[in-house]
Structure formats: C-alpha cells, structure tokens
Design a protein around this ligand. Structure first.
Ligand SMILES: *Cc1c(COP(=O)(O)O)cnc(C)c1O
Length: 484
C-alpha cells in the first residue's frame, strides 16, 4: 500500500508559505484561549510536490464514475455532467441564506417553483413538495401523508401497509417508523406482485400499499391498475417508490396510473453526485386530494403573479415539516438544470437508453450467469452467482471483488433478498457500447476463472490499493486512526 503522508515526512521540507500575518485579528485570535491548542500541531514536513502527489494518489484510490463503470443496481450511478457543477457554483446560488427576506431570493424561489411544476408534469402528479432530503425520507413523508389522510377521514382501523418481498429495505423501515404494521407478500414466478396473494391480505385494516415500479428485479409491474383498484376499494392509498423513475421518464406518468403518492430521488434520476451519504433530495408528489397534507413551505407564485413566495397557507392540514427550511437547495438547482438541458425529448431518451443498455448486458451475460427472471428487463436486471457458488465454491462476493481488479465497480450484491447470490446490474444511459463491451468481457473472463482458477477469484482483489478487508474484524475492532 502507498505510504501515508506521515511516512513521507522529512525534517525541514516545506511547501510555499505566506509570511506572518501582520493584521491583528485573525480567526484564531477570536477563539477563547481555553479552546486553543496547547502544543504545536505535529504535522508531517513534506514538499509541495509531495503533497500534490499524495492527494492525487488518494483521489485515485476510490472508485468513482469518472474513473470507471459503476453498475451499482438501484443506485443509478449515472455520469453527472460537470456543466451542472459549474453552474451551481454560481455565487448567487451558493451564497444565499435561508433566513434572507424572500424578495432577495426571487431567483432561487423561481427555480424551486419551476422544479415543482416540472416534477409534477413528469410524474403526472398534482403537486410536489421538495422538502425531504432522501428517498427514504420521502417514503417517511408519503406514509405520514397516508396516515393524515386516514386520520382526517376517521379511518381509525387502518394500521397496516402492504409491500412485496422484493421491496427495498427502506420501505418496511419507513412504514414502521410511522407506526404501521407491515405485511410482505411473496412475488410470483415472474418476479411480479402476485394478485392472489395480495387479495388474501387486503382488508379494512390496510392503510396503503407500497410498490416499486419497475421493481427491484428490473421488471415492470404491468398489473398496476388492478393493484390500485384492490387497494382503493378498501380506501387504501398506493405509494410508488420512485427510485427507479429513470426507466419511466417520458414514457409513463405514475399519477395517471393509479398511484397516489411517489417520491423522486433527485440524486439518482436527476443527476447529483451521490454515494458517500449525500446531500440528496427526495421530493414527494401527490394527487390532488392529498395536496393539503404536503410538508410546508412550498414555493409558489404571488397572487399577482409578479413574484415568488414560500407558501405556508396549508399549515393547518400539513403533516408538518420534515426538514429545516426547505431541504437541499443545490440538489434542486442541479435537477432543474438537468431537466432544462434535456427537455422532454431528452428525458425520454434517457429512459430508453437506460433500458437498451441494461437489455444489451442481460442478453450478453445470460449464458454465463444465471438470470432467474429472464425476458426483457427495464433499466436494470438481477443475475445470480448461484451456479458459480454451487459448482466452483466461488461466492458472488468474490465475483464482486474480482471486478475491482479489472477496474469496474461491482454491481449491487445480495439484493434483492429474494434472489440468492444476487448481482443487480444497472448500467445507466450514460455509458457507451464500448464500455458495456469491456464490462461483458470482464464478466465472462471471471466466469471462466471461476471454472479454471477459483482461488484467484476467491482472493480478489489483488491489484487495488486495499486488498480484501476482514469485514468482521473491521466491525468489531474499528481502528481508523494513524499513530505517528
Ligand atoms: C435508493 C433507493 C431507496 C432509498 O433512497 P435514498 O435516497 O437512498 O434514501 C428506496 N428504494 C429504492 C428501490 C432505492 O433504490
């Protein structure tokens, strides 16, 4: 492994330094003495060039979309154009403060208002609140809205949310957090919701149904209208987990298909660099009858149409705030730019190309890895390493690590839970055919290695900066400091 910056220390080396500051008050002077460092900080002494090389090298140690293909299923790791990053660093966007008077942030409010309208148009929903800061928080908000709807109607018996067994783990977690019981129903042999199973569990206690479409197997749930009818017949609401919206853009509008609420993952579908924990954004869209329950404030036009305001007028009926102020503004700005740059036609091509890329990989890999639910997929598909495990003792985990040796980020593994040794592949629309072909070659090479030299795969990764880590030890004896 590369040397740390401390090991590169050599007394007397330094980079360019400015002369002593002769301005009396610095930030350090403002710090009360009791908070000040008692001893000189022991920093490594290194040249400017050493520092440059050190940080450049560090930046190469992690995988990122700019370094290589990143087919992490369900996460939509598309390339996020750098143009957006340049635009959102505009000081008019970066240097504003949530407590500024509305009349001084009209441009920001206009961006929010227009984004709400564009998301409503894309989803076919009546109204949108941008406030939630993650998909999971969007789920929480949507479920709070479901709860509020039943409260207002006096539906006191409603205490259950149903979802399929392919649901993302955040779905049952969000439902529990809101105080609902959850029922998971088994998917059928096609990997879709089983209507008979659904009918068996639906009764008056059902508050709502959570569906992901396309589902986490990358399969489009074609029976959404029947499902919505079954749920609506007991006055339940249908929640769409919109994490997979990338496959639907410009093709269908969930609001016109019987879904009552959905969340968007702006950081996935609408291009904000993600991974590593944020910031994200999970706006929630609803049909008209649920609009009064949305979190406040919502960016709105003034009555005279001449300006924009933060509208709190539904405060009495709202589920309340789910975040301070109005959420993660710069993520909205990126989504706004992304949608404006692509336009309606461009967004549709995003979905089409994401679907074509996934199907290309599926067709090319299905002779080498099991695909439990074959047939066309949407923007992603789930393969399985079961054959490699049963026949050669190589686990999916090993295959994932071996891909790192070949310069690719692994697909999502061991999810969804209903596929054993799952490998969930989502190429996204931003990859060229050449990149997909390179990935296919790597996957086929690994399948061959599993047969001919399984140990090589089991010991991977061997040419990454960090070799295979001991996950169990890392959890039990976490040690992230460097003693110098
Ligand atoms: C990513 C994802 C979520 C959660 O979204 P976050 O923004 O990570 O909180 C929920 N459901 C599915 C299917 C997802 O892929």
């Amino acid at each position: 492994m590369a040397k740390t910056i401390f090991e590169k220390h050599s007394s007397g080396r330094k980079g360019y330094t400015l002369w002593e500051n002769d301005v009396p008050l610095t930030a350090a002077d403002c710090l009360p003495p009791k908070y000040r460092r008692k001893r000189e900080l022991k920093l490594p002494e290194v040249s400017e060039l050493d520092v440059m090389r050190h940080f450049l090298e560090l930046s190469h140690m992690n995988h990122c979309i700019e370094k290589g293909f990143y087919p992490l299923g369900s996460c939509t790791m598309k390339y996020n154009p750098k143009l957006h990053e340049t635009l959102v660093r505009n000081c008019g966007l970066v240097n504003i403060h949530p407590l500024q008077p509305e009349k001084t942030v009209q441009g920001a409010l206009e961006i929010m208002h227009e984004l709400q309208i564009m998301l409503a148009e894309i989803s076919g929903m009546y109204n949108v609140s941008l406030q939630p800061v993650a998909g999971a928080q969007g789920e929480f908000t949507g479920l709070k809205i479901i709860q509020k709807y039943h409260e207002q109607k006096g539906n006191t018996q409603k205490d259950t949310i149903i979802m399929p067994d392919s649901a993302h783990g955040t779905n049952p977690a969000s439902a529990s957090l809101v105080g609902y019981k959850t029922i998971q129903i088994k998917s059928n042999a096609k990997g879709m919701i089983d209507l008979e199973e659904l009918k068996k569990v639906v009764d008056d206690s059902v508050a709502g149904f959570m569906i992901t479409n396309p589902n986490t197997l990358g399969i489009f749930e074609t029976q959404y209208e029947q499902i919505a009818k079954i749920i609506h017949d007991v006055d339940g609401l249908v929640y769409l987990d919109g994490a997979n919206l990338n496959a639907l853009l410009g093709i269908i509008k969930p609001g016109q298909c019987g879904f009552d609420i959905l969340h968007f993952n702006l950081h996935k579908t609408f291009s904000t660099p993600h991974g590593g924990g944020g910031p994200g954004s999970g706006p929630v869209g609803v049909v008209e009858k649920l609009s009064p329950y949305l979190p406040y404030p919502i960016a709105a036009r003034c009555p005279d149409n001449e300006c924009y305001v933060l509208d709190n007028s539904h405060l009495e009926t709202s589920v309340g705030k789910v975040h301070t102020f109005y959420g993660n503004f710069l993520v909205y700005a990126r989504a706004y730019i992304y949608i404006k740059m692509l336009g309606a036609k461009g967004l549709k091509r995003v979905a089409e190309n994401a679907i074509i890329n996934a199907n290309y990989l599926l067709v090319k890999l299905k002779d080498y890895y099991e695909v439990p639910y074959p047939g066309f997929c949407m923007h992603e598909f789930v393969a399985s390493g079961r054959k490699q495990k049963d026949e050669h003792g190589v686990k999916t985990f090993d295959i994932a690590k071996r891909l790192l040796d070949k310069g690719f980020h692994a697909p999502t593994v061991y999810f969804p839970l209903i596929v054993s040794e799952a490998l969930m592949v989502e190429p996204t629309e931003t990859e060229s055919m050449e990149t997909l072909d390179d990935f296919i070659i790597a996957m086929i090479e690994i399948a061959k290695e599993c047969e001919e030299d399984p140990e090589k795969v089991q010991q991977a990764p061997t040419n990454t900066p960090v070799k295979r880590v001991d996950d169990v030890r890392a959890v039990r004896q976490l040690d992230v400091k460097f003693d110098w």
